[in-house]
Design a binder for this molecule. Structure first.
Ligand SMILES: [Zn+2]
Length: 343
């Protein structure tokens, strides 16, 4: 097992430096706060089981096979999703990463030192050169496979998605003595932003979410002086997503400050077709969620994803679930894919 400059963990069957680049499968082990058991770990565990199955049957790969556990995929602590893969591909600059702070004010640089990890993070060409192809198996984060009555899908693309901040200013005052007509209450603007996000998303077949809000001073009997709301917007096309955000910002009369944006990511077309073919014409799905596979694909590495049916259709919640039979079908699919790609 080795770790790269960002602390992502790699295990190799064969030597990727002398006989690579190799075929890599894996995902992440971290989760969102109060998340489920499958988002992330299913991909790492399935990759390890697939390699074990190949070894048990005496398969001799012509190319090395790797298993990876990417760090900090959800960005739950420092706010940047897919930080591990963004760092090694250079999509997240080292100085920006080291300055990120968690909710308690601890900088990522200090957290790395506390863990005994080097702060010499950044693009890692040595690691990137070892990856010929990357396959990320992941629990589906919706109900498409339940509806299709299929256990496995191949993902062909990731929707454009981003996060924007709305800074809504008002005037703090007493809830019991300030006449309604005299108030400058930014909570009303937040309400407008939330309902506008919903309406604009529906009109454009996009998704929009206000899931995080900061209120100052956050007192029951005080009109807020300031409300900060975060808008997460995604959709099948970039123009629709950007128009949605612009419409919400216009509805509340402020600029929406972009904190991150990822354009549509298309997984390698030939690879997607090859995977679907060797998995009994598995259906193709696009997804609105970002993944490490998308970060690698955007950096030019042939990558694709396999989705395993999620019986509840719920994700980022303890209700997230995949039946054992479907998980095992996922391992079999990964065995087939690794055999096909590394043979
Ligand atoms: Zn995930």
């Amino acid at each position: 097992m080795t770790t790269d400059r960002a602390g992502n963990q790699w295990a190799w069957w064969g030597d990727p430096d002398s006989s690579g680049p190799g075929v890599v499968a894996g995902s992440h082990l971290d989760s969102v706060p109060d998340g489920g058991a499958f988002d992330g770990p299913l991909g790492v565990v399935s990759a390890l089981l697939a390699v074990t199955a190949l070894r048990d049957r005496g398969f001799r790969p012509a190319r090395p096979i790797g298993v990876v556990n990417f760090g900090d995929e959800e960005g739950a602590r420092f706010g940047v999703a897919c930080a591990g893969s963004r760092l090694i591909t250079g999509a997240l600059a080292a100085d920006r990463a080291l300055g990120l702070r968690d909710g308690e004010g601890t900088a990522l640089a200090d957290a790395l030192v506390q863990l005994g990890h080097s702060t010499d993070v950044g693009r890692d060409d040595e690691t990137l050169h070892r990856i010929g192809t990357f396959i990320e198996l992941h629990v589906e984060q919706g109900r498409s496979l339940v509806d299709l009555k299929r256990p496995i899908a191949v993902s062909d693309s990731i929707w454009p998605h981003g996060r924007w901040r709305l800074d809504l200013l008002g005037e703090a005052n007493h809830a019991g003595t300030t006449p309604l007509a005299d108030r400058r209450d930014p909570m009303l603007a937040l309400a407008t932003a939330i309902t506008s996000a919903r309406t604009e998303a529906e009109a454009r077949a996009c998704l929009a979410t206000v899931g995080k809000v900061l209120v100052e001073p956050n007192g029951v009997n005080a009109i807020p002086s300031r409300v900060t709301g975060w808008l997460d917007a995604r959709g099948p096309d970039e123009g629709g997503v950007l128009a949605l955000v612009a419409a919400v910002a216009e509805a509340v009369g402020v600029e929406a400050t972009n904190e991150s944006f990822t354009s549509t990511t298309f997984f390698d077309r030939a690879l997607v077709a090859r995977l679907a073919r060797c998995l009994d014409d598995a259906p193709l799905l696009s997804t609105g969620a970002g993944h490490d596979a998308g970060i690698l694909a955007a950096s030019g590495i042939p990558a694709a994803m396999l989705f395993v049916r999620n019986s509840t259709g719920i994700s980022h919640s303890p209700a997230e679930h995949a039946e054992t039979d479907d998980c095992l079908t996922g391992v079999d699919a990964l065995v087939t894919v690794l055999e096909n790609l590394s043979g």
